[in-house]
Design a protein around this ligand. Structure first.
Ligand SMILES: [Zn+2]
Length: 110
């Protein structure tokens, strides 16, 4: 029975890359800011401020929730927001909105 590993519940994130060309939908400032934020030692703090109550998440989930990294829907390459896909050259705007973490993991707290 065919089964796609891409749909596996345990998703493997690829390392993000800056190899794509600049995405014209973003300013140089945004590009550089995203890149800088990805290596910010305060990343976890920023994440907690923006998503209070969110349980433990790993680095790859955090950078996607913060929208610093986007995944190409065609080839699954991870690109810094502000750069085109390093593999196929797609722009972020051409990719459908992503839900980086399964919504099932977000449980409303009454
Ligand atoms: Zn691509």
């Amino acid at each position: 029975m065919p089964h796609s590993d891409a749909e596996s519940s345990v998703r493997q994130w690829g390392p993000w890359t800056l190899a794509g060309e600049a995405d014209p939908d973003f300013s140089d400032h945004e590009r550089h800011t995203h890149h800088w934020l990805l290596t910010d030692p305060q990343l976890l703090t920023r994440f907690r401020e923006r998503f209070p109550g969110r349980g433990d998440v790993d680095y790859d989930e955090m950078v996607r929730l913060l929208d610093y990294v986007w995944d190409c829907p065609r080839d699954a390459s991870a690109n810094v927001t502000g750069y085109r896909c390093a593999v196929c050259g797609r722009r972020r705007a051409a990719a459908p909105p992503q839900s980086p973490v399964s919504e099932a993991a977000v449980s409303p707290r009454a």
